[in-house]
Design a protein around this ligand. Structure first.
Ligand code: BES
Ligand code: ZN
Length: 881
């Protein structure tokens, strides 16, 4: 289907469903090629819908076997079936039941939507619109039903049968070969939260008692033989359940909570009621096969999906335009959980890095859209950094603006008032307007207006009057479909830093809300602070108080002073990033004078040396973040137009190498001090030491390659954990030559049979910033560890390559053609994975003319093809528009 044929779905066209479905009874008989689904729907006219309306049920790739109303088979003339719908033009005008029989081939389902098989396991993915691939249904989130699910299968093939809710019956069938299980979920839910799983699975389990005294059986199911790797996920689950009780007052509401890990999954994980299904990458962990980063993401994603039980499931979305109501809010909740479990400042820095690299770049390109989009053709293309990460930032700003107490009461009110409903952003915001007593209509513009605002700030000190004036202005660049932008509400958290730390803030300005918070809600304003005893250095947007760019012209000397003196950790980190960014932006333009880098490298080297000597060991995780420069892609985004990736990369290498040289003297001592003794532990403090130690190894690889290669080989040989061994490989990839190739080969041998570890091996090679990488990637596609059929493999190798700034953006366009060809091939089997990969082109418009033309040609070639999926056609069309 071409997108021109696909209807544009608009928020303003929303109207309630004409029919409601109170209960769903599913009877599923699992078979590899011929799975039978018998569905009994209890239908009722919606009092808020059109009386006498036809019944139009969604369907996709279904084989209809039979249809009956109130038990009586329906005459063929009484309904019509098209590829996307089953319509009964004249249904009964009262409540009735509809029985539908469909037949599915889960083994042939390569889209991984609906019911499919992963390895030998039967599983489902129904968000956003996969349920219609199982049976005909009103597949929209505001139709909520109580489900009872009977699953039946051959006992030997499918010993474990799971669905949502509580288990109410299970037994062998006569003859003993087959068995069944019945699951009942008492909470009405939309179809996208339905799930079933069947297969031979091992599990780990634990009992949990909620704060309100309810016993829950928790279990994590994994492929046979992998149960020892499920412990961290289970442990994370227990911790996040406790946290949600303590911080949000939310208790779990069923007798069981199951998590299942499968190896073929389009996304990271899915919050199906009582039966979360996960990409195994975000469940399986042991020290030999998971890195510190994996442990942290498992903890975060287990929490994220669990938190959806309240923000998403108990309160769901009225329609998909409200997606950020559950996703932005739940990302905010999982970020807060990780901050409490680990280091809050380090978590904030990591989240802001992600926001800038994914969301700011989306906002700056052709795929920019508001946190709540107004229209879509393919909803699966709107699970974006804007909906997720910017959606979470909007909640964070709201909390800062109304204060912790009103925010807490607002959340409580939301849970109480909207429980059991399919809600909207308006209903959510109304709760906070009520508890804070503030008008938040202007704030709500964050949901409607796309683009990243820039705050231009400058300060003036009047020594005679002891007065400091801060001039602030905001503007937002145009985005597709929104040429004119209005001011948004920007909370700016600030301090004025004097010789002995923060100066007291005294002002009569009504833009000042107290507690170091200035609210910029118009195009510009000035705030004057009185009784300022000395010329201060402004420290603005502390903790990154708004998803905006800050344009504040501080000297390198002032920034370096903030690095050592700011009381805000985020701005300490930001200050050095700003010094490096400014130099790289200057030096990364073609033909630029490289002298600026020498001067900056000197200043940064000196500051970092002093920092490493004095307090790096007191917080190694923070120190690792400080040492990591902005990535070349961040610099490209800052430059914003006429971008030459090679020039940026060369400048970045030069600066990193020079800083590395300045720090070489500290290296042996620090690496020694940071080395861990004893067995691997995944806690944040141990991970922080490894992070800093490995950051230093990366710098050494650029500054003293031969010596660093020795260290990489030693660390690989001695490493008792994947974090250190993978870091050795990653550092070695920076050092061309035989030793690198030998370590690459040793790594593959060491982890043969470990697909998730080999994904990291594939990605490390795909990211090598050298001309030979494209050929290497093509060769790796033939490696037995690679398969185009598995989303994780594709994301590691092809997604890795597409994230390689210099090689994806090769001057000859071969990188674009390669990725475009794979998108087209993949589109035939898995459109969702294909369209996400095509999203790699989202920044093509900022490139210099030669690359820009080549990228545009590759995109146009894709766009012109017939029979594209709606997913890929939509991205191609919008990227080119
Ligand atoms: N509800 C989503 C899963 C999903 C995404 C379903 C897209 C259908 C389409 C889930 O809660 C989610 O957000 N998962 C994230 C990970 C999370 C930690 C941000 C994912 O899968 O990437
Ligand atoms: Zn989510």
């Amino acid at each position: 289907m071409r997108t021109e044929d696909a209807p544009l779905i608009r928020l303003e066209d929303y109207r309630p469903s004409d029919w409601l479905i109170d209960t769903v009874d599913l009877d599923v008989s699992l078979h590899p090629q011929k799975t039978r689904v018998r569905t009994l729907l209890a239908l009722r006219p919606n009092p808020e819908g059109q009386p006498g309306a036809p019944l139009k049920l969604d369907g996709d790739e279904l084989v209809l076997k039979s249809l009956a109303i109130d038990g009586k088979p329906l005459d063929a003339s009484a309904y019509t079936v098209t590829p996307q719908a089953l319509t009964i033009p004249s249904p009964p005008s009262h409540d009735f039941t509809l029985t539908i029989e469909t037949e599915l081939d889960p083994s042939a389902n390569t889209k991984l939507m609906g019911l499919y098989r992963s390895s030998k396991v039967y599983c489902t993915q129904c968000e956003a619109d996969g349920f219609r691939r199982i049976t005909y249904f009103l597949d929209r989130p505001d139709v909520m039903s109580v489900y009872t699910v009977r699953l039946e299968a051959a006992k030997a093939e499918v010993p474990v049968l799971l669905s949502n809710g509580n288990l109410v019956a299970a037994a062998e069938l006569p003859g003993g070969d087959r068995h069944f299980a019945v699951w009942h979920d008492p909470h009405p839910k939309p179809a996208y939260l339905f799930a079933l799983v069947g297969g031979a699975l091992d599990h780990v389990r634990q009992d949990y008692v909620t704060a309100d005294g309810h016993k829950v059986e928790l279990a994590v199911y994994v492929e046979p033989g992998k149960a020892e790797r499920a412990g961290w996920a289970l442990d994370s689950l227990v911790r996040c359940m406790r946290w949600d009780e303590q911080v949000f007052g939310r208790n779990y509401d069923l007798d069981v909570f199951n998590v299942v890990a499968v190896s073929d999954f389009n996304m990271g994980a899915m919050e199906n009621k009582g039966l979360n299904i996960f990409n195994d990458k975000y469940v399986l962990a042991d020290p030999q096969t998971a890195t510190d980063g994996d442990y942290a993401s498992i903890e975060a994603i287990i929490a994220h999906e669990y938190f959806h039980n309240w923000t998403g499931n108990r309160i769901t979305c009225r329609d998909w335009f409200q997606l950020c109501l559950k996703e932005g809010l739940t990302v905010f909740r999982d970020q807060e959980f990780s901050a409490d479990e680990r280091s809050r400042p380090v978590k904030r820095i990591a989240d802001v890095r992600t926001l800038r690299s994914t969301q700011f770049s989306e906002d700056a390109g052709p795929l920019a859209h508001p946190v709540r989009p107004r229209a879509y053709k393919e909803i699966n293309n709107f699970y974006t950094p804007t909906v997720y990460e910017k959606g979470a930032e909007v909640i964070r700003m709201l909390k800062v603006l109304i204060g912790d107490d009103a925010f807490k009461r607002g959340m409580d009110l939301y849970f109480e008032r909207c429980d059991g409903t399919a809600a909207t952003i308006e209903e959510f915001l109304a709760c906070f307007a009520e508890t804070s007593g503030q008008n938040i209509d202007h704030f709500a513009r964050w949901y409607e207006q796309a683009g990243t605002p820039t705050i231009v700030a400058s300060g003036r000190y009047d020594a005679a009057a002891k007065r400091y004036t801060l001039d602030l202005a905001q503007s937002t660049p145009p985005t597709p479909g929104q040429a004119e932008k209005l001011p948004v509400v920007l909370p700016i958290t600030l301090g004025l830093v004097g010789a002995k730390g923060d100066l007291p803030l005294k002002t009569a300005s009504n833009a000042y809300a107290g507690d170091g918070l200035v609210v910029l809600d118009q195009s510009s304003l000035s705030v004057t602070f009185d009784d300022v005893a000395e010329a201060p250095i402004p420290s603005l947007m502390r903790g990154f108080s708004a998803p905006a760019r800050l344009d504040l012209d501080l000297s390198d000397a002032d920034l370096l002073r903030l690095f050592s003196a700011d009381s805000d950790s985020f701005n300490r980190w930001q200050s050095l990033q700003s010094v490096a960014t400014r130099a790289l932006v200057t030096a990364g333009k073609p033909g630029a004078d490289a002298d600026v880098l020498t001067a900056t490298a000197g200043k940064l080297g000196e500051a970092l040396q002093a920092f490493l000597k004095s307090d790096a060991l007191s917080d190694p995780a923070f120190a690792a973040q400080v040492l990591r420069l902005p990535a070349p892609a961040d610099i490209a985004r800052e430059i914003g137009g006429d971008v030459d990736p090679d020039a940026i990369f060369a400048a970045h290498r030069k600066l990193s190498g020079a800083i590395g040289k300045a720090l070489l003297g500290e290296l042996p001592g620090l690496r020694g001090a940071l080395a861990s003794s004893g067995a691997y532990r995944p806690d944040a403090a141990s991970a922080g030491r490894r992070a800093l130690r490995n950051e230093l190894l990366g710098l050494a690889a650029l500054a003293a390659p031969a010596e660093a290669a020795d260290l990489c080989e030693e660390q690989f040989a001695a490493g008792d954990n994947l974090t250190d061994r993978l870091a050795a490989l990653a550092a070695m990839t920076l050092i061309p030559g035989e030793r690198r190739e030998a370590l690459i080969a040793r790594f593959a041998e060491a982890y043969a049979g470990e697909p998730l570890v080999l994904d990291k091996w594939l990605m490390a090679q795909a990211l090598i910033a050298e001309a030979g990488t494209l050929e290497r990637v093509k060769t790796l596609m033939q490696h037995p560890a690679f398969s185009l059929g598995n989303p994780n493999r594709v994301r590691a190798l092809i997604g890795g390559f597409a994230a390689n700034l210099t090689q994806f953006n090769r001057a000859d366009g071969a990188g674009y053609d390669f990725v475009a060809d794979i998108v087209v091939a993949l589109d035939k089997t898995n459109p969702q994975v294909a369209s996400r990969l095509l999203g790699s082109f989202k920044s093509w418009r900022m490139l210099e003319p030669g690359r820009k033309r080549l990228a545009q040609e590759a995109l146009s070639t894709v766009a012109r093809l017939p029979n594209l999926s709606r997913d890929v056609a939509d991205i191609a069309e919008r990227a080119l528009a």
